[in-house]
Design a protein around this ligand. Sequence first.
Ligand code: NDP
Ligand code: HSE
Length: 432
Amino acid sequence: MSSHKPIKVALLGCGTVGTEVVRLLTDQAADLTARVGAPVELAGIAVRKPNKHRDVPAELLTADAEALIASDVDVVVEVIGGIEPARSLLLAALRSGKSVVTANKALLAEHSADLFEASDASGADLYFEAAVAGAIPLLRPLRESLAGDRITRVMGIVNGTTNFILSGMDSTGASYGETLEEATRLGYAEADPTADVDGFDAASKAAILASLAFHSRVTAADVHREGIASVSAADIAAAKALGRTVKLLAICERVTEDGGESISVRVHPAMIPKSHPLAGVNGAFNAVFVEADAAGEMMFYGQGAGGAPTASAVLGDLVAVARNRVHRGRGPRESAYAALPVRPMGQTPTRYHISLDVADRAGVLSQVAAVFAEHDVSIAAVRQEGRVDDASLVIVTHAATDAALRSTVDKIGGLPVVREVVSVMRVEGEEL
Ligand code: NDP
Ligand code: HSE
């Protein structure tokens, strides 16, 4: 039996994730006591509508989150989501010395500076493993296990809804609209899928990943963001024809140029080779590929969402902060000392796959190639397939700045010999 006084927990929110947090806390109470060295006691649950929650003990429920935080709790677990009131509630908790565990990526991607400042001022812990990639242990490895290495790249599938849609389009050949409808029917996409399909959710996660990987402060506003709504069945077919597949990637890269360093943080659909480890990540799963100087390449894979998987990450953090309280220790603080600048997307080196319908006659290829040369974009591969009186031309470039690539595509689209720019997609995950 433990002699330490109980660690009292305030739970803010009892929806998809919160309900599972309550279940795990209850079902595993004895094990948690043994692991922490003190009982972990649920002192109260703040929700919007206490009457609606019949599955949790009524005496724990309250609509007054502020009062719950101000009571004699040690740890505040926030699974409400959104910016307010979560931000004010967590600032109040941290300022009064209560450890915080949160799954709220939107909040961390916008207000981490304020939260870390409050955490530093009082010495209280701020943990947020569940905010990126659900159950997958990813932030702790970046923040702690790899703290002695130099991370160069973090590239991953961090949104299950969009991965479900793109995997579906790849396997059935169906359109984006049809596959989104199917994802909504099956409960993978929310009634309003904007945050997922327009890349907002992945951009928040990319900001958190880049901040940790590169010891710099990156917010969601710094992340170049493109969603999947414009990915067409033709894009998917073009990728397939080249042994590639299309994924929505969150990419955080260290860019070294002229002796200086910056970071590129972006979320966009891209073609990756079928042989790349991320290509085999299908359905609603998440996976993140990390490259570091000494460690080399690593892959983290698992369930990126859902009540129980996300609650697993929340409980892991809860055990960590509870242990810190028992042993009077403290977890890692913010590490933003490197303060690397985020480079604009236009200056970011990337590669394009461009598929064109062109007239099939002498000189067409040289006209198209001249536009690439004019913009200093080097061509890595060209494939042409003739049809009756026109041809399909597929061009894959070497790396060039995104601005140069965009201008190239714009100008090519205006050439009289080009009937249609069928597909333009970035290419990742291979050296050409
Ligand atoms: P839900 O919408 O299912 O639950 C939100 C909960 O917060 C509800 O219980 C709601 O109360 C409560 N709530 C809302 N407003 C207030 C308020 N002003 N004061 C007190 N309580 C309030 O959200 P999820 O469980 O899905 O998500 C929670 C967090 O976890 C979010 O930050 C989300 O991004 C993150 N997350 C979620 C994942 C998932 O798969 N669901 C995966 C990874 C992270 P009431 O029930 O009474 O309305
Ligand atoms: N909506 C997110 C997804 C889950 O589809 O992955 C929470 O991060």
